[in-house]
Design a protein around this ligand. Structure first.
Ligand code: 6GU
Length: 292
């Protein structure tokens, strides 16, 4: 699935060494993840920067109906995902036999020593997980094997989660304080945030260092041609050619936006300089005169 394309002028030599990261996703809706083949992530896979395999959980069931769920012990609403299909799918990934579509049938039991080397990271999307943020994305971008276990229904039998903790670095992850129907969309969010941090996935690495959340401030407003659009002008300073003044203006806009929309982010910053603090005081006094 992730066969590297022939070398082109744009390719870096690291590709000869194989992908920098492997990502496996297990889901009962593998088609959901098809969107990952588009755009920059798809290109990264084509170029061999990334290996991405999506596995259908139902391929690891053996009954006529490919059953993956059952009713909860102790009663209650909804259904629970059964432990065994998950264990077989995760063992299949641990033993590194490629995707289930390759034609090999999943084995029972882990082969001793088959999963040598550092443990893969198992991310279990769940509203009960730690909240995912840019800092976690950066941590994950440095790992070499991520596995996403997309649960549906009320969740997965806790015993297979506990079992997986013995073979994986286990990370239950939420993408925010709201409820989704399953882990697929959350996994796509995390895969996109992580994979764009992998060298070679984004064309221009400078666009990584300049953006929101990279340094804890929101982005400044941006403009392109025409300089007048429906009577609205581009801020004059951006046409001045004065690079130092433009940099200061952009920094001020970032501080202003962050103070207005996300004051919680400002409180976490400890590297604001004299000019930053002066700008923030100015915005604060301007705001209090407006609201008077
Ligand atoms: Cl990661 N999964 C599900 N199912 N719901 C969520 C979530 C994840 N994050 C917030 N809500």
């Amino acid at each position: 699935m992730s066969e590297p394309s022939p070398m082109t002028d744009n390719d870096t030599p690291t590709e000869a060494a194989g992908p920098q990261m492997s990502i496996d996703v297990v889901s009962i809706f593998p088609e959901y993840l098809a969107g990952l083949q588009l755009s920059l992530i798809g290109k990264a896979v084509d170029r061999g920067h990334l290996r991405l395999d999506v596995h259908d959980l139902r391929d690891f069931t053996f009954d006529r109906h490919n059953t993956v769920d059952d009713s909860p012990y102790g009663g209650g609403a909804g259904m629970v995902m059964k432990a065994e299909p998950w264990a077989l799918a995760l063992e299949h990934i641990l033993t590194g036999r490629g995707s289930a579509e390759d034609g090999d049938s999943p084995d029972r039991g882990l082969v001793d020593g088959a999963a040598a080397g550092p443990r893969p990271t198992l991310i279990v999307p769940s509203p009960a997980g730690q909240v995912f943020d840019q800092r976690i994305a950066e941590d994950l971008a440095g790992r070499d094997h991520l596995v996403f276990a997309c649960g549906r229904y009320e969740g997965i039998d806790q015993r297979v989660i506990d079992w997986a903790g013995e073979h994986f670095d286990l990370l239950p992850m939420s993408i925010g304080d709201y409820v989704l129907n399953g882990g697929e969309v959350a996994s796509m969010v995390m895969i996109e945030a992580v994979s764009r941090l992998i060298p070679g996935v984004i064309g221009n690495p400078e666009s990584l260092t300049e953006e929101s959340h990279e340094d804890g401030l929101l982005e400044y407003p941006i403009y392109t041609k025409p300089s007048t659009w429906r009577g609205r002008e581009v801020p004059e300073i951006l046409l001045s050619g004065n690079h130092a003044a433009i940099a200061r203006w952009r920094r001020d806009r970032r501080l202003e936006r962050t103070a207005e929309v996300r004051p919680d982010l400002l409180e976490k910053l400890n590297d604001l300089n004299k000019d930053d603090l002066a700008a923030l005081e100015r915005f604060e006094s301007e705001r209090s005169t407006v609201t008077e």
